[in-house]
Ligand binder design. Structure first.
Ligand SMILES: *Cc1c(COP(=O)(O)O)cnc(C)c1O
Length: 426
């Protein structure tokens, strides 16, 4: 459920007309709904909290990389969310938005010494280590500081899943995590190493997962590992089951809901007397955001050829279609009343053939100047934006009830150029 609805013949976000935002903030522009953000976090929390005897009180560490806008984060932090981060920058964002350090997880395959030191100074809850060399470096960085690093080992269970090969992370040929055997060995070694405090295991096998079977297999492997470590006399106090739950993008069957996911997690990996951690990203933010764009013109090839709907949004604003062949539902902000439809290739102005959002899609007929909403654009949208083709980053707007605010402004050209000082010899 989300808070983008048709009323009085046009699309609203909560109590605000999208057309008003487009007119005042300009297009392209991202718009997020506070009510949807809070609702999705609440639905997920209720689902995983429904098994207090099996899952205790889980830490929900929202995966910042899906949408790290500071006001979005603060909205979630105020609703009790923790943070899963993958860089020093993301840790800084989480702290700035008010996420307590004790609710921050630091993940990622290639943390630098500097980033590890920053995380230790900040006092994050846990660093999820993904390889042996990384663990050795973490031990060294912690010893140099005279502290002990709380960490979990990210296990690659050899079970890949996800909506596209580029968002599958749990296959053995993917770069993430260590094998179950390595995890056992590293955990035992770390328990004897100064500077390291092994506290648990983690996994995250992919994104936009539409079937619980691979998750069930991965969680079964993790449970077995926790039991094996304990049988070896080692202490395990946390278990991080990652994120990855899919969301409906309208062209696919609905993925399993948080309730089914939580019931499976409780059944397969519950009851271990650990602090459970979940890292949902997409499911919290995807349907809490839209990208608004305006039709520049319609370009028709002669003799019944393709009809191109040329928008002012492009692949630099929303990469997912170019990167993952992702599908976004496209809706007119003010739907026509005559029901006329056309088949379009929807494209942006960037000089790349990949700058195509969709091909031969049957849509309501559009005219130049009409507003289009890319639905489900709240996750992996604005965060992947770039200034390719010297296009200013699209601004971001947050709505709460009948109020809205620009929460990231569109840079001016002068601001963009200011970051490029002239070489002294020019
Ligand atoms: C990306 C990521 C997530 C979130 O994935 P979603 O599919 O957005 O839920 C969680 N944990 C880790 C380690 C990640 O890299």
């Amino acid at each position: 459920m989300n808070h983008f609805e048709l009323r009085d013949g046009e699309l609203w976000c909560e109590g605000v007309r999208l057309s008003e935002i487009a007119e005042q903030a300009g297009t392209p522009v991202y718009v997020y709904s506070s009510a949807t953000l809070r609702r999705h976090l609440g639905v997920f929390r209720d689902a995983v909290s429904a098994y207090p005897d099996r899952l205790g009180t889980p830490l929900i560490a929202y995966a910042l990389k899906a949408n790290s806008n500071l006001s979005v984060l603060q909205t979630l932090a105020e609703a009790g969310s923790g943070a899963d981060t993958v860089s020093e920058g993301e840790i800084r964002r989480a702290l700035k938005a008010g996420v307590p350090a004790g609710r921050i997880v630091f993940s990622g395959v290639g943390k630098s010494d500097r980033e590890m030191a920053f995380a230790l100074d900040a006092g994050v809850f846990q660093i999820n280590v993904e390889s042996e060399p990384e663990l050795e470096r973490l031990a060294r960085v912690a010893r140099e500081k005279g502290v002990t690093a709380p960490f979990a080992i990210r296990v690659n269970p050899g079970v890949g899943a996800g909506g596209h090969a580029k968002i599958t992370t749990g296959g053995i040929t993917d770069k993430f995590g260590v094998t179950a055997e390595e995890a056992m060995r590293l955990y035992a070694e770390a328990s004897r190493t100064a500077g390291l405090k092994p506290q648990g295991l983690a996994c995250h096998i992919g994104s936009q997962i539409s079937d619980l079977t691979p998750l069930r297999r991965a969680f079964t492997i993790l449970r077995g590992l926790v039991e094996a470590l304990r049988a070896d006399g080692l202490e395990v106090t946390t278990l991080d089951l990652g994120g990855g739950l899919g969301v409906p993008y309208f062209n696919q069957p609905d993925p399993p809901g948080p309730e089914d996911f939580a019931a499976m997690a409780a059944e397969v990996a519950g009851g271990l007397d650990v602090q459970y951690v979940f890292e949902p990203g997409r499911m919290i933010v995807a349907n809490a955001g839209v990208l608004l764009s305006r039709v520049i013109h319609i370009h028709r090839r002669p003799d019944g050829g393709r009809r191109f709907l040329v928008l002012d949004a492009a692949m630099n604003d929303l990469m997912r279609p170019a990167l993952y062949d992702a599908f976004h539902d496209l809706r007119p902000v003010k739907p026509r009343t005559d029901g006329e439809r056309e088949t379009y290739d929807v494209v942006g102005p960037v000089c790349e053939t990949g700058d195509t959002f969709t091909r031969e899609r049957d849509l309501p007929r559009f005219e130049p100047g009409d507003l289009v909403a890319f639905m489900s654009a709240g996750a992996y949208g604005a965060v992947m934006g770039s200034e390719y083709n010297t296009r200013p980053l699209a601004p971001e707007v947050l709505v709460r009830d009948d109020r809205w605010a620009v929460v990231r402004s569109r840079p001016t050209y002068e601001e963009m150029f200011a970051a490029e000082p002239k070489a002294p010899w020019l």
